[in-house]
Design a protein around this ligand. Structure first.
Ligand code: ZN
Length: 64
């Protein structure tokens, strides 16, 4: 009786490993994602905590 385990994969695979602060261009690992969107982040280097001041590595590469 073969049966595949029904693992429910969470849809949290889109979270980046780190975010980059646009103010000082320092990576930060202190952030929280909720429902696939950045909810909270803080930069320990310059103190920025506005989510619009942070981008993912992929987003940074898309910047002009
Ligand atoms: Zn910063």
């Amino acid at each position: 009786m073969l049966r595949f385990a029904q693992h429910k994969l969470t849809a949290m695979g889109d979270e980046p490993e780190y975010l980059i602060c646009l103010q000082c261009e320092t990576p930060t690992y202190q952030f929280e994602y909720h429902n696939g969107k950045l909810a909270q982040v803080v930069c320990n280097t310059c103190g920025a905590d506005d989510v619009s001041d942070f981008v993912t590595e992929a987003e940074l590469e898309e910047q002009p």
